[in-house]
Design a protein around this ligand. Structure first.
Ligand code: PMV
Length: 304
């Protein structure tokens, strides 16, 4: 590959799941939002042989994921990210999209949404086993996205109006393992299928509310109900439940864990985010107001 142009750079945003995590693995709707924290991948020519990797985490799984996109070697790969791993912020999906964009820039070939989504699956499978594809879809598209993947693999997706409600992210400081959490949910089926169906129905309601640009007060209870159902399917824990309760005590109208669970972040909708941010700072809980990443070249190359 060293005949390509270089150095080349690709970048992609992380994401938050507003509704539907886990249920989306079984064909239900989910809603995700790209956030303005990114992963950047830089490629340049390296000595012949295996990839040279410069990254805060350069473990075997990362090397295997990089090799999916860059099997030829002979390159130096530098990864910088604003997304902590395992927090439900889509770090691996952002890496997949940033890597494919960097590779496209290196080769001097354009890459659109359809290719990013199709090839991103192979990279995401290295990290998560059986991903729904939601994470790297929203990383590639930007903005807010409705996503559904049927058990047969057909994907339906559509951009949604970007919500105007303030969203606060509260970080548990613990990394969850998405692959293990998805496997745990799978092992608890079919006993929890009713709860997964309810999460899917709740996502559909959420989508309809977003399209109507519903007020925060109408949407916030859906987050509380979603969190209750996520606890029912076994992906929350005492610490995440406490962070949700903390957010509700300090002005949030609704809150839920976001992502696979077992750690990661809680998201909260609140009319006055400053109050919750101040309370979190006083309690030593890392928190920030989530800026939303604008749509990229949304859904270019797909037939939704
Ligand atoms: O990577 P996370 O923590 O945002 O979780 C991904 C969302 C899941 O629904 C749990 C898995 C998937 O592939 O959609």
């Amino acid at each position: 590959m060293s005949e390509g142009r270089g150095p080349a750079v690709g970048s992609a945003p992380g994401k938050l799941i507003l509704a539907g995590e886990h249920a989306v693995v079984y064909g239900h709707d989910a809603v995700a939002l790209a956030i303005d924290r990114r992963t950047t991948v830089r490629l340049q020519a390296g000595p012949p042989g295996p990839l040279q990797v410069e990254s805060a985490i350069a473990d075997a799984r990362l090397r295997a994921a990089l090799a999916v996109a860059l099997p030829e070697g002979g390159l130096q790969v530098r990864i910088e990210t604003e997304l902590p791993v395992g927090r439900g912020l889509g770090s691996s999906g952002a890496l997949a999209v940033a890597l494919l964009r960097a590779r496209a820039a290196w080769r001097g070939a354009p890459v659109g949404f359809a290719q990013l989504h199709a090839e991103g699956f192979a990279i995401e499978r290295v990290f998560h086993g059986t991903p729904s594809g939601l994470d790297h879809a929203v990383s590639a598209a930007g903005g807010a996205l409705r996503y559904r993947r049927s058990p047969g693999g057909a994907v339906e997706l559509a951009p949604l109006p970007t919500p105007a409600w303030p969203i606060v992210v509260l970080d548990s400081g613990r990394a969850g393992d998405t692959g293990a959490m998805v496997a745990g949910v799978r092992a608890r089926r079919p006993a929890i299928d009713g709860a997964l169906d309810q999460i899917g129905a709740l996502s559909a309601t959420f989508i309809e509310a977003l399209r109507r640009r519903a007020a925060l007060a109408e949407v916030a209870p859906l987050l509380n109900e979603n969190h209750r159902l996520l606890r029912e399917i076994g992906v929350s824990d005492d610490n995440l439940d406490e962070i949700v309760a903390f957010a509700l005590r300090h002005g949030a109208a609704g809150a839920k864990l976001a992502g696979a669970g077992g750690g990661g972040v809680v998201i909260a909708l609140c009319a006055e985010p400053a109050r919750l941010l101040a309370a979190a700072a006083a309690a030593g809980l890392p928190a920030w107001a989530a800026p939303i990443a604008a749509p990229a070249d949304p859904l270019e190359g797909t037939s939704p």
